[in-house]
Design a protein around this ligand. Structure first.
Ligand SMILES: Cc1cc2nc3c(=O)[nH]c(=O)nc-3n(C[C@H](O)[C@H](O)[C@H](O)COP(=O)(O)O)c2cc1C
Length: 320
């Protein structure tokens, strides 16, 4: 038990980060039942692309209800407002979050005072994670009422920060920047050594994506799990894209992106070629590692077998 556990009503300070296409009720329930906090990310439980905002929100409602049949423990839903431009997906998603009385949101973006106040008025806990954590946006999130702040380093999987600052450097910087809010560490954390290191750096828990992609309960394609098992951080390709960088295991698309990057393509050209999250679905959910890409963090070096979410959490926290 520590502050993070008390705030979230969980037993072990481990959050399974939301991951587009790759989370569902089964994974989130397994994490929450094991004493951590499971999260539903965009398109949780879905296999087909939905463009309709209301349909997308209703799919999330169905997944939340499924999760509640499998677990009575706290869980979170990802809120990712569009930063510049019209956001047609967030309003119906918020309606579902309030109606379904979701206990925690994992909010990704710049701190939003009005939205944070609305979460508070619904009794929802706010886990705040910036794609580009800085002392300024962390302090602002604290001022606006975030309950927990996640400091994410460049070692992570998924959309990478635009500054190349590793987990070891960003965590203590953010810990020292805020006044009273607990900080959790994200990026490359996959075993108990990294968990202990995060705590030594002042974090009060860990926020993991890749480690849970490699769990028995994860819906990531089996061939991709096997490919990740036999890889380490040296195998990961890094390329520029929109907004900044991405990593992938090698494959036709990833190799092409690296070649385009070397040849001086713009980030926009690279982003277009990468094909957004549609090609993450192709690579990681459907398992076509040539037509799609496979985004995982540097922590893969320390994942050597497929374990249950409970075994992963028990291993991470075995010295806690
Ligand atoms: C394949 C993949 C997809 C992700 N998609 C999302 C997402 O949709 N929303 C989000 O807030 N974070 C997303 N993330 C970030 C994770 O929630 C988490 O912050 C990150 O995985 C932590 O780094 P790690 O993978 O090294 O543990 C994604 C990460 C991965 C690996």
């Amino acid at each position: 038990m520590n502050r993070v556990c008390k705030i979230l009503g969980i037993e072990k300070p481990v959050i399974q980060g939301p991951m587009v296409w790759l989370t569902d009720a089964k994974l989130a329930a397994a994490v929450s039942n094991a004493g951590g906090l499971g999260s539903l990310g965009p398109n949780a439980g879905q296999t087909e692309v939905t463009r309709d905002p209301d349909g997308t929100a209703e799919n999330m409602r169905a997944e939340i209800r499924k999760l509640r049949e499998m677990s009575s423990k706290p869980f979170s839903v990802n809120v990712l407002p569009v930063q510049n431009g019209t956001d047609i997906y967030t309003p119906p998603m918020l309606k579902v979050i309030y109606e379904e009385k979701v206990p925690v949101v994992t909010f990704v973006g710049e701190p939003d005072e009005a939205m944070f106040s609305e979460f508070k008025s619904h009794g929802i806990k706010i886990v705040y994670r910036s794609l580009n954590p800085t002392p300024e946006n962390s302090r602002m999130a604290e001022k606006f009422g975030a309950d927990i702040i996640v400091a994410t380093g460049f070692d992570e999987g998924g959309t990478l920060p635009s500054k190349v600052i590793g987990t070891f450097s960003i965590v203590p910087l953010i810990v020292d920047s805020v006044e009273h809010t607990p900080v959790m560490a994200a990026g490359g954390i996959a075993d108990n050594r990294a968990f202990n290191a995060a705590l030594a750096l002042g974090a009060e828990g860990v926020y993991c994506g890749t480690a849970f992609l490699m769990s028995k309960e994860s819906r990531m394609a089996e061939n991709v799990k096997q490919a990740v098992l036999s890889a380490n951080a040296f195998d990961l390709l890094l390329f520029r894209t929109v907004p900044a960088y991405y990593r992938s295991l090698p494959g036709e698309l990833a190799n092409e992106l690296v070649a385009m990057d070397k040849a001086g393509a713009t980030n926009e050209e690279l982003g277009k070629k990468m094909g957004g999250f549609a090609n993450l679905r192709v690579g990681m959910l459907q398992g076509d590692m040539n037509k799609g890409y496979v985004s995982v963090g540097n922590g893969i070096s320390h994942i050597r077998e497929i374990l249950s979410a409970k075994q992963i959490i028990d291993n991470l926290t075995k010295d806690f």
